[in-house]
Write a protein that binds this ligand. Structure first.
Ligand code: RFL
Ligand code: PHB
Length: 395
């Protein structure tokens, strides 16, 4: 495929943000072109998120992209919190007026959206890394990229950076025109995928004296599990048996319950970071998803924030298209940042309440346990968790 010389909206990145935006624009009759640095297989196989909020599923429905999600996605009405040798369930629908979440892997969302774009025959190039974005403070943007060993140029009325945390769009903003607020954490996750039937039907988030563990899933026969490990940990230090034993221990296995073990098909260490770059708009350049903000994965918010950003943005482009008004485009950054900061706070809260800091004192551990106890004994505290986890409504 070759791209046109000019498009209305140039979208950099074919992750969930870029692909969903392209699809929503297509539904509104707005033309766009998607440029992705990696190949299709790589983008479709990248192991990442697993939980979709109600609002994300609604946005995918609006995009006409839920045929497989409706059949294969697994609705979840709660999570379990494990701590102090006990487990407590937080029920979402009763605490949120009926909201729930879905287990449906990011890989599958991406595959579905790529298939739809290819079916529509609309412009999208893989293996086309963008290396410069220019002109967004004037009337015409220029995107410079490489494809098939050649330097190429695409002009556009608007550019949207959906190119993730290590992308180029954010770096195109002149120094001094934006601010980044960041926090790193003194621990990482060792994440595994295993061909093993999930041992419990909902996710289990566990606080333990040996650190955090999470039991999640991908399908009724594939488990996704995580262990808190020190930063810089070598996955090679973790034999399969050591991983299963540690997961069982932290998740509170006993005579009546333990994980189902099976072949481990992937093992990786993931660092954690919180980061927000403000504003999310500079003239005709917009940042969406991980290119503007990232969260530690404990709150399951990253993919969902990417989806809510592009939902807001697609509505703003649709308003421009139908009425000529740029009012919603101008409000984009402020509209998104309110939700972004709420998700940042929730992700930080879940992370710091459930993990054990290497230098943590007994006092701090008691505070964590007290907070977890509060969630399991107060409908207000549980409701706060449930509302944030299932996602606040998109403005
Ligand atoms: P992505 O997915 O990183 O996509 C960006 C795309 O841009 C491409 N790109 C470029 N293309 C052209 N030119 C360039 N110069 C480019 N530079 C980069 C990249 O190749 C890529 O294809 O960002 P996007 O679309 O904003 O989506 C964000 C999500 O991927 C991310 O927030 C989530 O995966 C975070 N996350 C989770 N989020 C959830 O909502 N729920 C979860 O349960 C959840 N679990 C997770 C997670 C992230 C994890 N990791 C690995 C960080 C679990 C993990 C382990
Ligand atoms: C996942 O299934 O990958 C997952 C689920 C919940 C989280 C993070 C990751 O909080």
């Amino acid at each position: 495929m070759t791209l046109p010389q000019h498009t209305t909206v140039a979208v950099i990145g074919a992750g969930p943000a870029g692909l969903l935006l392209a699809r929503l624009l297509e539904r509104s009759g707005i033309d766009c072109a998607v440029l992705e640095s990696r190949d299709r297989t790589y983008v479709e196989q990248r192991q990442r998120a697993g939980i979709l909020e109600q609002g994300t599923v609604d946005a995918l429905r609006e995009a006409g992209a839920t045929a497989r999600l409706e059949a294969e996605g697994i609705p979840h009405d709660g999570i379990e919190l494990g701590f102090g040798g006990r487990r407590h369930r937080v029920d979402f629908p009763s605490l949120t007026g009926g909201r729930r979440v879905w287990v449906y892997a990011q890989t599958e969302v991406v595959k579905d959206l790529i298939a739809l774009r290819l079916e529509s025959g609309l412009p999208m190039l893989f293996e086309a890394p963008v290396h410069a974005v220019e002109g967004f403070d004037a009337d015409l943007c220029t995107v410079r990229y490489t494809h098939g060993g050649e330097e190429r140029t695409l002009t556009a009325d608007y550019v949207v950076g959906c190119d993730g945390f290590h992308g180029v769009a954010r770096t195109a903003v002149p120094e001094g025109a934006s601010r980044t607020f960041e926090r790193t954490y003194p621990y990482s996750w060792l994440g595994i995928l295993a061909d093993a039937v999930p041992a419990y039907e909902e996710l289990i988030y566990a606080h333990s004296e040996r650190g955090f563990a999470l039991a999640s899933m991908r399908t009724p026969i594939v488990s996704r599990l995580y262990l808190q490990v020190p930063n810089g940990e070598d996955p090679g230090n973790w034999s399969d048996e050591r991983i299963w034993d540690e997961l069982d221990h932290r998740l509170g296995a006993d005579a009546s319950w333990r994980l189902n073990r099976g072949p481990i098909t992937s093992k990786a260490v993931l660092p954690m970071r919180s980061s927000v770059t403000e504003p999310m708009r500079h003239g005709r350049l917009f940042l969406a998803g991980d290119s503007a903000h990232i969260v530690p994965p404990t709150g399951a918010k990253g993919l969902n924030l990417a989806a809510s950003d592009v939902t807001v943005l697609a509505r703003a482009f649709a308003r421009l298209h139908t009425t000529g008004s740029t009012e919603l485009l101008e409000a984009y950054s402020d509209t998104c940042l309110k939700r972004v900061w709420r998700a940042e706070h929730f992700s930080y809260f879940m992370t710091t309440t459930l993990h054990t800091d290497p230098g943590q004192s007994g006092f701090e551990t008691r505070l964590q346990l007290s907070q977890l106890e509060r969630i399991t004994t107060s409908a207000f505290a549980a409701g706060e968790l449930a509302e944030n986890y299932t996602g606040l409504p998109i403005d």
